[in-house]
Design a binder for this molecule. Structure first.
Ligand code: AHM
Ligand code: MG
Length: 328
């Protein structure tokens, strides 16, 4: 079944708002373009490598970060259902300025190309997105407050993984569905219905270069994973791709935990609440997993800034609970 047919069925049975479709179609059309660009990146002029600037967070921008950002913004602006966006690559939120967009119902927060330092080495990257109903008055420009909503209020959350195949994984609060791009038709087809995250596994995922820098409870949990005195009576396997979407997707399918704690170089964690932690937290919970800061449920955080960061402990329910038990 195509993604469009799946949406149409859910719309007629569950009463989903049909104005959501243009937003979702923007995501699929922009991601098909980005997928093509990624596949041909090394063969095209001016696509691989650093852009030569930094984004608002002081991180080196890759050319493909900018190309992907523009592709998604154009698609959202033209679809008619999006009043404004917030993106990892742009300092301020953007309110679209036509009569139609000012009356649109939705705002989108997104990371156009997550894990982009992996592009030059041909390793999986992703797009992460979060769709909310606006809270400001229809007919006026979208506001920052529209963007700063707690993750529990997401209407749709999801990601596109550009891996060995390109996959769209999303949830509108009724479980998690996965669609695989058929490159010959440019269509996403339902391939993983009702995805459930295993409650535990022996896979852990963390940048262990930081182990001596993080709080003792995190190091103690990782020591537990590596010991013979754990629930599997032997060391877990460490897996760290360094692309959050790819590491999360593995946990969704095989079970596991991904941890990015506070470290001195990133005292509030590295990952951004609004367009990295929240959408993946929504998917995790919808699939039976958990997502916390180590102490608090991610979806309950009231955001204060567009690019705010949060520590992230996400994945299989039993593993996240166990990791939290090591923290004071
Ligand atoms: P990005 O959005 O600039 O790509 O940063 C987010 C990425 C995640 O995909 C990944 O899990 C993490 O940063 C890797 O960070 P580190 O290199 O510190 O391990
Ligand atoms: Mg990112």
């Amino acid at each position: 079944m195509t993604f469009h047919d799946y949406f149409a069925k859910a719309q007629s049975i569950k009463g989903l708002d049909k104005a959501l479709w243009p937003v979702l179609e923007s995501i699929t059309s922009a991601s098909v373009k980005v997928s093509h660009d990624l596949q041909k990146a090394a063969l095209l002029d001016g696509v691989l490598g650093a852009q030569g600037g930094q984004n608002i967070q002081g991180e080196e921008q890759q050319k493909l970060d900018v190309i992907a950002d523009i592709a998604f913004i154009n698609a959202f602006e033209n679809c008619g259902s999006v009043a404004g966006i917030g993106s990892e690559e742009n300092e301020a939120h953007l309110a679209f300025d036509t009569e139609k967009t000012k009356s649109a119902s939705y705002v989108v927060l997104f990371d156009p190309l997550d894990g982009s330092s992996n592009i030059d080495v041909n390793v999986s990257v992703g797009t992460i997105f979060s769709i909310y109903k606006r809270t400001s008055k229809y007919g006026q420009a979208a506001t920052l407050e529209d963007m700063l909503q707690a993750g529990g209020k997401q209407t749709v959350a999801g990601y596109v993984l550009y891996g060995t195949s390109t996959m769209l994984v999303l949830s509108w609060g009724d479980g998690v569905q996965g669609f695989t791009l058929d490159p010959s038709s440019g269509t996403f087809i339902l391939s993983h219905s009702n995805m459930r995250m295993p409650e535990s596994s022996r896979l852990y995922s963390m940048n262990e270069g930081n182990i001596k820098e993080c709080e003792p409870g995190v190091a103690a949990y990782i020591a537990f994973c590596q010991s013979k005195e754990n629930d599997y009576n032997g060391p877990y396997s460490g897996r760290y791709i360094g692309s959050l979407v790819a590491d999360f997707h593995r946990s969704l399918i095989k079970g596991g935990i991904y941890i990015y704690p506070n470290v001195p170089a990133a005292p509030k964690g590295r990952l951004r609440l609004l367009y990295e932690c929240n959408p993946l937290a929504f998917i995790a919970e919808q699939a039976g997993g958990l997502a916390t800061t180590g102490r608090k449920r991610i979806l309950e955080i009231e955001p204060e800034a567009l690019h705010e960061r949060a520590p992230l402990f996400i994945g299989s329910k039993n593993m996240v609970e166990k990791a939290m038990s090591f923290l004071n």
